[in-house]
Ligand binder design. Structure first.
Ligand code: NDP
Length: 306
Protein backbone atom coordinates (compact mmCIF):
# COMPACT_ATOMS: atom_id res chain seq x y z
CA UNK A 1 0.00 0.00 0.00
CA UNK A 2 1.25 3.50 -0.83
CA UNK A 3 2.70 5.37 2.13
CA UNK A 4 2.44 9.13 2.21
CA UNK A 5 3.13 10.07 5.85
CA UNK A 6 6.13 12.33 6.51
CA UNK A 7 9.32 10.36 6.61
CA UNK A 8 11.92 10.02 9.32
CA UNK A 9 15.23 10.50 7.56
CA UNK A 10 18.79 10.02 8.78
CA UNK A 11 21.43 11.76 6.65
CA UNK A 12 25.09 10.85 7.10
CA UNK A 13 27.93 12.95 5.67
CA UNK A 14 25.87 16.15 5.80
CA UNK A 15 28.76 18.48 4.92
CA UNK A 16 30.07 16.75 1.80
CA UNK A 17 29.27 18.05 -1.69
CA UNK A 18 26.15 15.91 -2.03
CA UNK A 19 25.38 15.83 1.71
CA UNK A 20 25.17 19.61 1.88
CA UNK A 21 22.65 19.75 -0.96
CA UNK A 22 20.70 16.85 0.53
CA UNK A 23 20.13 18.86 3.69
CA UNK A 24 18.14 21.23 1.48
CA UNK A 25 16.39 18.77 -0.83
CA UNK A 26 15.35 16.24 1.84
CA UNK A 27 13.90 18.85 4.20
CA UNK A 28 10.37 18.89 2.66
CA UNK A 29 10.10 15.09 2.84
CA UNK A 30 9.96 14.81 6.62
CA UNK A 31 12.05 15.08 9.77
CA UNK A 32 15.73 14.97 8.87
CA UNK A 33 18.44 14.10 11.38
CA UNK A 34 21.64 15.22 9.65
CA UNK A 35 25.05 14.23 11.01
CA UNK A 36 28.65 14.86 10.11
CA UNK A 37 31.55 12.75 11.37
CA UNK A 38 31.42 14.49 14.74
CA UNK A 39 27.78 13.54 15.45
CA UNK A 40 25.47 15.38 17.81
CA UNK A 41 23.09 14.77 20.73
CA UNK A 42 24.77 11.48 21.61
CA UNK A 43 24.45 10.22 18.02
CA UNK A 44 27.59 8.99 16.31
CA UNK A 45 28.05 10.22 12.74
CA UNK A 46 31.48 8.65 12.25
CA UNK A 47 31.02 5.84 9.75
CA UNK A 48 34.34 4.26 10.72
CA UNK A 49 32.77 3.44 14.11
CA UNK A 50 30.53 0.45 13.35
CA UNK A 51 29.09 0.14 16.87
CA UNK A 52 28.40 3.85 16.96
CA UNK A 53 26.75 3.64 13.55
CA UNK A 54 24.48 0.75 14.64
CA UNK A 55 23.58 2.65 17.81
CA UNK A 56 22.66 5.78 15.80
CA UNK A 57 20.43 3.87 13.41
CA UNK A 58 18.78 1.92 16.27
CA UNK A 59 18.14 5.16 18.13
CA UNK A 60 16.79 7.24 15.22
CA UNK A 61 14.96 4.30 13.59
CA UNK A 62 14.76 6.11 10.25
CA UNK A 63 12.39 5.21 7.41
CA UNK A 64 15.16 6.35 5.11
CA UNK A 65 18.90 6.37 5.68
CA UNK A 66 20.77 8.51 3.16
CA UNK A 67 24.48 7.81 3.13
CA UNK A 68 26.41 10.72 1.65
CA UNK A 69 29.53 9.92 3.71
CA UNK A 70 32.39 8.12 2.02
CA UNK A 71 36.12 7.86 1.59
CA UNK A 72 36.50 9.94 -1.59
CA UNK A 73 40.27 10.54 -1.76
CA UNK A 74 40.69 8.38 -4.84
CA UNK A 75 44.50 8.52 -5.05
CA UNK A 76 45.13 8.26 -1.31
CA UNK A 77 42.98 5.12 -1.21
CA UNK A 78 45.76 3.26 -3.06
CA UNK A 79 47.94 3.75 0.06
CA UNK A 80 45.28 3.11 2.70
CA UNK A 81 42.97 0.46 1.27
CA UNK A 82 41.85 -0.75 4.72
CA UNK A 83 40.35 2.61 5.59
CA UNK A 84 38.77 3.00 2.14
CA UNK A 85 37.17 -0.45 2.44
CA UNK A 86 36.05 0.23 6.00
CA UNK A 87 34.25 3.45 5.04
CA UNK A 88 33.10 2.55 1.53
CA UNK A 89 32.19 -1.13 1.96
CA UNK A 90 31.93 -2.20 5.60
CA UNK A 91 29.98 0.84 6.83
CA UNK A 92 27.36 0.63 4.05
CA UNK A 93 26.90 -3.07 4.90
CA UNK A 94 26.20 -2.16 8.53
CA UNK A 95 23.72 0.47 7.27
CA UNK A 96 22.02 -1.98 4.90
CA UNK A 97 21.62 -4.67 7.55
CA UNK A 98 20.22 -2.19 10.06
CA UNK A 99 17.78 -0.79 7.48
CA UNK A 100 16.77 -4.28 6.46
CA UNK A 101 15.86 -5.01 10.09
CA UNK A 102 13.86 -1.76 10.27
CA UNK A 103 12.13 -2.34 6.91
CA UNK A 104 13.35 1.05 5.68
CA UNK A 105 15.26 2.21 2.63
CA UNK A 106 18.98 2.88 2.24
CA UNK A 107 20.05 5.53 -0.25
CA UNK A 108 23.66 5.15 -1.27
CA UNK A 109 25.93 6.73 -3.88
CA UNK A 110 28.31 4.86 -6.12
CA UNK A 111 30.54 5.78 -9.00
CA UNK A 112 31.52 5.40 -12.64
CA UNK A 113 34.85 4.13 -11.22
CA UNK A 114 33.25 0.67 -10.83
CA UNK A 115 33.79 0.33 -14.61
CA UNK A 116 37.07 -0.27 -16.40
CA UNK A 117 36.45 2.55 -18.89
CA UNK A 118 36.78 0.44 -22.02
CA UNK A 119 34.95 1.27 -25.24
CA UNK A 120 32.89 4.34 -25.99
CA UNK A 121 29.36 3.14 -25.29
CA UNK A 122 27.61 4.61 -22.24
CA UNK A 123 27.55 2.06 -19.42
CA UNK A 124 24.24 0.51 -18.45
CA UNK A 125 23.42 -0.57 -14.90
CA UNK A 126 23.74 -4.28 -15.70
CA UNK A 127 27.09 -4.00 -17.51
CA UNK A 128 30.03 -5.87 -16.07
CA UNK A 129 31.90 -3.97 -13.38
CA UNK A 130 35.69 -4.12 -13.29
CA UNK A 131 37.19 -1.31 -11.20
CA UNK A 132 40.71 -0.07 -11.89
CA UNK A 133 41.38 1.36 -8.42
CA UNK A 134 41.05 0.60 -4.70
CA UNK A 135 38.39 3.31 -4.45
CA UNK A 136 36.40 1.80 -7.34
CA UNK A 137 36.70 -1.69 -5.86
CA UNK A 138 35.55 -0.48 -2.44
CA UNK A 139 32.48 1.15 -3.99
CA UNK A 140 31.71 -1.89 -6.14
CA UNK A 141 31.86 -4.20 -3.13
CA UNK A 142 29.31 -2.01 -1.34
CA UNK A 143 26.90 -2.19 -4.27
CA UNK A 144 26.97 -6.00 -4.20
CA UNK A 145 26.80 -6.21 -0.41
CA UNK A 146 23.86 -3.80 -0.08
CA UNK A 147 21.91 -5.74 -2.71
CA UNK A 148 22.72 -9.02 -0.96
CA UNK A 149 21.22 -7.92 2.36
CA UNK A 150 17.83 -7.64 0.66
CA UNK A 151 17.12 -4.20 2.14
CA UNK A 152 15.12 -1.66 0.13
CA UNK A 153 17.75 0.47 -1.54
CA UNK A 154 18.31 3.22 -4.03
CA UNK A 155 21.89 3.15 -5.23
CA UNK A 156 22.83 5.99 -7.55
CA UNK A 157 25.99 5.64 -9.61
CA UNK A 158 27.10 9.11 -10.52
CA UNK A 159 30.17 10.81 -12.03
CA UNK A 160 32.42 13.87 -11.95
CA UNK A 161 30.54 15.52 -9.07
CA UNK A 162 30.98 19.24 -8.46
CA UNK A 163 29.38 21.77 -6.13
CA UNK A 164 29.66 25.52 -5.64
CA UNK A 165 30.82 24.87 -2.10
CA UNK A 166 34.38 23.69 -1.54
CA UNK A 167 36.94 22.93 -4.21
CA UNK A 168 36.13 21.69 -7.65
CA UNK A 169 37.74 21.24 -11.06
CA UNK A 170 36.21 24.42 -12.52
CA UNK A 171 37.55 26.53 -9.64
CA UNK A 172 41.00 25.01 -10.09
CA UNK A 173 40.92 25.77 -13.83
CA UNK A 174 39.83 29.37 -13.20
CA UNK A 175 42.62 29.85 -10.66
CA UNK A 176 45.25 28.36 -12.97
CA UNK A 177 43.92 30.37 -15.91
CA UNK A 178 44.56 33.55 -13.93
CA UNK A 179 48.12 32.46 -13.03
CA UNK A 180 49.45 30.75 -16.18
CA UNK A 181 49.50 31.40 -19.90
CA UNK A 182 49.30 27.70 -20.82
CA UNK A 183 47.24 24.87 -19.39
CA UNK A 184 47.58 21.18 -20.22
CA UNK A 185 44.39 19.21 -19.65
CA UNK A 186 43.54 15.54 -20.20
CA UNK A 187 41.39 14.88 -23.25
CA UNK A 188 41.00 11.08 -23.27
CA UNK A 189 38.68 10.63 -20.27
CA UNK A 190 35.06 11.20 -21.21
CA UNK A 191 32.17 11.70 -18.80
CA UNK A 192 29.56 14.15 -17.61
CA UNK A 193 30.14 16.72 -14.86
CA UNK A 194 27.19 16.35 -12.50
CA UNK A 195 26.07 18.90 -9.93
CA UNK A 196 25.59 17.84 -6.32
CA UNK A 197 22.40 19.92 -6.38
CA UNK A 198 21.01 17.87 -9.26
CA UNK A 199 21.89 14.61 -7.49
CA UNK A 200 20.24 15.79 -4.29
CA UNK A 201 17.09 16.95 -6.09
CA UNK A 202 16.78 13.69 -8.02
CA UNK A 203 17.30 11.75 -4.79
CA UNK A 204 14.40 13.55 -3.11
CA UNK A 205 12.19 13.02 -6.16
CA UNK A 206 13.08 9.31 -6.34
CA UNK A 207 12.35 8.88 -2.65
CA UNK A 208 8.88 10.39 -3.13
CA UNK A 209 8.30 7.88 -5.92
CA UNK A 210 9.65 5.03 -3.82
CA UNK A 211 7.23 5.95 -1.05
CA UNK A 212 4.37 5.47 -3.52
CA UNK A 213 5.92 2.56 -5.43
CA UNK A 214 8.43 0.52 -3.41
CA UNK A 215 9.14 -1.55 -6.52
CA UNK A 216 11.19 1.37 -7.85
CA UNK A 217 13.98 0.41 -5.42
CA UNK A 218 17.18 -0.55 -7.22
CA UNK A 219 20.45 0.64 -8.74
CA UNK A 220 20.43 3.54 -11.20
CA UNK A 221 22.82 5.66 -13.18
CA UNK A 222 22.47 9.36 -12.41
CA UNK A 223 24.54 11.91 -14.30
CA UNK A 224 23.88 15.09 -16.24
CA UNK A 225 23.22 14.45 -19.93
CA UNK A 226 25.73 14.89 -22.72
CA UNK A 227 29.44 14.14 -22.50
CA UNK A 228 32.74 15.95 -22.42
CA UNK A 229 36.45 15.48 -21.75
CA UNK A 230 38.30 17.25 -18.94
CA UNK A 231 39.92 19.37 -21.67
CA UNK A 232 36.56 20.40 -23.16
CA UNK A 233 35.23 21.03 -19.66
CA UNK A 234 38.20 23.30 -18.87
CA UNK A 235 37.80 25.11 -22.21
CA UNK A 236 34.10 25.62 -21.50
CA UNK A 237 34.92 27.15 -18.08
CA UNK A 238 37.61 29.44 -19.50
CA UNK A 239 35.45 30.54 -22.42
CA UNK A 240 32.61 31.32 -20.00
CA UNK A 241 34.97 33.36 -17.79
CA UNK A 242 36.29 35.30 -20.79
CA UNK A 243 32.74 36.14 -21.88
CA UNK A 244 31.96 37.21 -18.31
CA UNK A 245 34.87 39.67 -18.47
CA UNK A 246 36.99 37.91 -15.85
CA UNK A 247 40.66 38.81 -16.47
CA UNK A 248 42.71 35.70 -17.32
CA UNK A 249 46.37 35.15 -18.16
CA UNK A 250 45.81 31.94 -20.11
CA UNK A 251 46.43 31.98 -23.86
CA UNK A 252 46.30 28.30 -24.76
CA UNK A 253 44.62 25.21 -23.31
CA UNK A 254 46.46 22.17 -24.66
CA UNK A 255 45.29 18.57 -24.76
CA UNK A 256 47.32 15.84 -23.10
CA UNK A 257 46.70 12.08 -22.76
CA UNK A 258 46.11 10.59 -19.28
CA UNK A 259 49.58 9.01 -19.48
CA UNK A 260 51.14 12.50 -19.32
CA UNK A 261 49.45 13.24 -16.00
CA UNK A 262 50.37 10.23 -13.85
CA UNK A 263 48.37 9.72 -10.65
CA UNK A 264 48.36 6.75 -8.22
CA UNK A 265 44.81 5.58 -9.09
CA UNK A 266 43.98 4.79 -12.70
CA UNK A 267 40.80 6.50 -13.95
CA UNK A 268 38.38 4.99 -16.46
CA UNK A 269 38.62 6.60 -19.91
CA UNK A 270 35.00 5.93 -20.73
CA UNK A 271 32.91 7.26 -17.83
CA UNK A 272 29.74 7.74 -19.87
CA UNK A 273 26.70 6.58 -17.90
CA UNK A 274 23.48 5.60 -19.66
CA UNK A 275 20.78 7.15 -17.45
CA UNK A 276 17.71 6.11 -19.41
CA UNK A 277 16.56 3.63 -16.75
CA UNK A 278 16.56 6.41 -14.16
CA UNK A 279 14.72 8.78 -16.48
CA UNK A 280 12.01 6.29 -17.45
CA UNK A 281 11.51 4.86 -13.94
CA UNK A 282 11.18 8.21 -12.22
CA UNK A 283 9.72 10.30 -15.07
CA UNK A 284 12.68 12.65 -15.23
CA UNK A 285 14.75 14.35 -17.89
CA UNK A 286 18.33 14.91 -16.85
CA UNK A 287 19.59 18.34 -17.96
CA UNK A 288 22.68 18.94 -20.10
CA UNK A 289 25.90 19.16 -18.08
CA UNK A 290 26.57 22.69 -19.38
CA UNK A 291 23.43 23.99 -17.68
CA UNK A 292 24.54 23.08 -14.16
CA UNK A 293 28.17 24.09 -14.75
CA UNK A 294 27.13 27.54 -15.97
CA UNK A 295 24.96 27.96 -12.90
CA UNK A 296 27.81 26.94 -10.61
CA UNK A 297 30.19 29.34 -12.42
CA UNK A 298 27.70 32.13 -11.94
CA UNK A 299 27.48 31.33 -8.23
CA UNK A 300 31.20 31.08 -7.57
CA UNK A 301 32.13 34.17 -9.55
CA UNK A 302 29.35 36.21 -7.88
CA UNK A 303 30.83 35.19 -4.54
CA UNK A 304 34.25 36.39 -5.70
CA UNK A 305 32.84 39.84 -6.46
CA UNK A 306 31.26 40.04 -3.00
P1 NDP B 1 32.76 14.56 -0.40
O1 NDP B 1 34.17 14.12 -0.30
O2 NDP B 1 32.42 15.96 -0.73
O3 NDP B 1 31.97 14.17 0.91
C1 NDP B 1 32.21 12.99 1.61
C2 NDP B 1 31.80 13.23 3.02
O4 NDP B 1 32.10 12.05 3.78
C3 NDP B 1 32.55 14.40 3.68
O5 NDP B 1 31.64 15.28 4.29
C4 NDP B 1 33.40 13.71 4.75
O6 NDP B 1 33.52 14.43 5.92
C5 NDP B 1 32.56 12.48 5.02
N1 NDP B 1 33.34 11.48 5.71
C6 NDP B 1 34.57 11.02 5.44
N2 NDP B 1 34.96 10.13 6.37
C7 NDP B 1 33.95 10.06 7.26
C8 NDP B 1 33.73 9.33 8.46
N3 NDP B 1 34.65 8.49 8.94
N4 NDP B 1 32.56 9.47 9.10
C9 NDP B 1 31.62 10.32 8.65
N5 NDP B 1 31.76 11.05 7.52
C10 NDP B 1 32.91 10.91 6.84
O7 NDP B 1 32.11 13.57 -1.46
P2 NDP B 1 30.89 13.74 -2.46
O8 NDP B 1 29.78 14.48 -1.83
O9 NDP B 1 31.44 14.19 -3.76
O10 NDP B 1 30.51 12.20 -2.63
C11 NDP B 1 29.34 11.63 -2.06
C12 NDP B 1 29.16 10.25 -2.64
O11 NDP B 1 29.18 10.30 -4.06
C13 NDP B 1 30.26 9.26 -2.24
O12 NDP B 1 29.66 8.02 -1.99
C14 NDP B 1 31.13 9.17 -3.47
O13 NDP B 1 31.79 7.93 -3.55
C15 NDP B 1 30.11 9.35 -4.56
N6 NDP B 1 30.66 9.84 -5.82
C16 NDP B 1 31.41 10.99 -5.85
C17 NDP B 1 31.95 11.43 -7.05
C18 NDP B 1 32.77 12.67 -7.12
O14 NDP B 1 33.23 13.05 -8.22
N7 NDP B 1 33.00 13.39 -6.01
C19 NDP B 1 31.74 10.70 -8.32
C20 NDP B 1 30.93 9.53 -8.16
C21 NDP B 1 30.42 9.14 -6.97
P3 NDP B 1 34.73 15.46 6.18
O15 NDP B 1 34.38 16.66 5.33
O16 NDP B 1 34.66 15.72 7.65
O17 NDP B 1 35.97 14.76 5.73
Amino acid sequence: MARTRPLKILLLGKNGQIGWELQRSLAPLGAVTALDRFGQDGLCGDISNMDGLRHTIDTVKPDILVNAAAYTAVDKAEDEPELAIRLNTEAPVVMAKAMQALGGCLVHYSTDYVFDGSGTTPWKEADEVRPLSVYGASKMAAEFAIQETGCHHLIFRTSWVYASRGNNFAKTMLRLAKERDTLNVINDQIGAPTGADLIADVTAHALRQWQQKPQTAGLYHLAASGETSWHQYASFVIHWAQKAGIPLAVESVNTIPSEDYPVPAERPKNSRLDCRLMESTFGLQLPKWQQGVERMLQEITNKEVL
